[in-house]
Design a protein around this ligand. Structure first.
Ligand SMILES: NC(=O)c1ccc[n+]([C@@H]2O[C@H](COP(=O)([O-])OP(=O)(O)OC[C@H]3O[C@@H](n4cnc5c(N)ncnc54)[C@H](OP(=O)(O)O)[C@@H]3O)[C@@H](O)[C@H]2O)c1
Length: 346
């Protein structure tokens, strides 16, 4: 049974979300012929929420196609249970001049690709706090909300001061999507308290550290510079921030012991820990197909004991420094250098 939550009025959703970045390329092959079967398998299992973005190449259109498939296969009531979370990620070079018309064009393009008159949830991202005015952009989104094109406005990768600023400026976010895992615990504490103060649910990516928090990496040598998968490249840097490969292996060893005792995959222990953190509304699990569906359902069934949590607490490696996404905002730093800042064109 997949737990459900009401994120905002009228927005009931599964606490496990299937992520769409892994379908956008650079994450290994995607079998397009079986995409709808895969989406349907997740939906039928109770994972009725999908995460995507305007900048995940082709993924909004894939989900638009799945919405039609779902309507045909399961009917109109099923379609109302599907929640689609997309993102609004204006390009870096647009931030200084972003107008209502620019925002409207991107939102209308998402509506067309997804086949939705009204987007369920739009998660807003801003590459650089030093350029333009994110609050003004949020007010543009509010105009589109007022005329029925967006149901709920949310954010991604904003730090605690910006969450507070947006709430004070009249745009409390329904949710905030941030990286949160056993490795990256930056959202714990002050950030969680700030989100709670504006009724903002935390939605987490990276709960599996791009797939690193799984049996297949236990006892394996550091892959260092050999990786080609976009997620693994990103989270390999996070492992470095957390004390390096040996500390990571020590954590994996403890998780493996807990997983064996519960007869679940290691990934389920890692993901369940995140889902149980205060303020966490949901976690996103990235999958290219339904191959990991059974592993993902194990997260829902698992209950960690006090002893499990104590053992995990002792094994936690150092947390990356700063507020959420602060390291990543430095475009000259090693985290910022691997990002793509202009995917909204075209
Ligand atoms: N807002 C942002 O800035 C941001 C950034 C990153 C991601 N996201 C969102 O979060 C989603 C998740 O991405 P992520 O980077 O955080 O990746 P992740 O979910 O931590 O890891 C995905 C990887 O784990 C594997 N996997 C999937 N389910 C599994 C399971 N139950 N057990 C073991 N392994 C499993 C997948 O394998 P296969 O390749 O075999 O399927 C994939 O390689 C994305 O799709 C996207 O929607 C948002």
């Amino acid at each position: 049974m997949i737990e459900r939550t009401v994120l905002a009025p009228g927005h009931e959703m599964s606490r496990l979300i299937r992520g769409g970045w892994q379908l956008a390329g650079d994450h290994g092959p995607v079998e397009r012929d079986s995409l709808n079967d895969g989406f349907l398998a997740f939906f039928d299992a109770g994972i009725t929420t999908l995460d995507c973005a305007d900048i995940y190449t082709g993924v909004e259109a894939m989900i638009g196609d799945f919405r039609r498939h779902l309507l045909n296969a399961r009917g109109a009531e099923a379609l109302t249970r599907l929640k689609v979370h997309t993102k609004f990620v204006p390009d870096l070079d647009k931030l200084g001049s972003l107008s209502f018309t620019d925002v409207e064009a991107i939102i209308d393009r998402s509506r067309a690709r997804l086949g939705m008159d009204r987007l369920d949830l739009v998660q807003f991202h801003w590459w650089d706090y030093g350029q333009g005015d994110p609050l003004a952009a949020l007010h543009h989104l509010q105009r589109l909300q007022a005329d029925g094109r967006i149901a709920h406005i949310a954010g991604t990768n904003f730090d605690a001061p910006h969450l507070a600023q947006f709430a004070a400026g009249g745009v409390p976010l329904a949710s905030i999507q941030v990286q949160y895992s056993l490795l990256d615990r930056r959202p714990a504490g002050a950030f969680t308290a700030t989100a709670a103060a504006s009724g903002t649910g935390i939605i987490c990516y990276g709960a599996l550290a791009g797939g690193f928090l799984a049996e297949r990496w236990l006892g394996v040598a550091d892959p260092a510079e050999t990786l080609t998968n976009r997620s693994l490249i990103k989270y390999r840097l996070i492992i470095e921030e957390c004390g390096g490969w040996d500390r990571f292996q020590a954590l994996l060893g403890v998780l493996a012991g807990i997983a064996a005792a519960h007869a679940v995959p290691l990934s389920a222990v890692a993901a369940r820990w995140v889902l149980d953190q205060p303020g966490v509304a949901a976690i996103i699990i990235g999958a290219r197909s339904a191959a990991h569906l059974a592993d993902t359902l194990a997260i829902a069934a698992l209950r960690l004991s006090a002893e499990d949590r104590a053992a995990i607490a002792v094994a936690l490696p150092p947390c990356p420094p700063g507020d959420v996404y602060t390291l990543e905002r430095d475009r000259e730093g090693r985290h910022g250098r691997i990002m793509k800042y202009g995917l909204n064109k075209g």
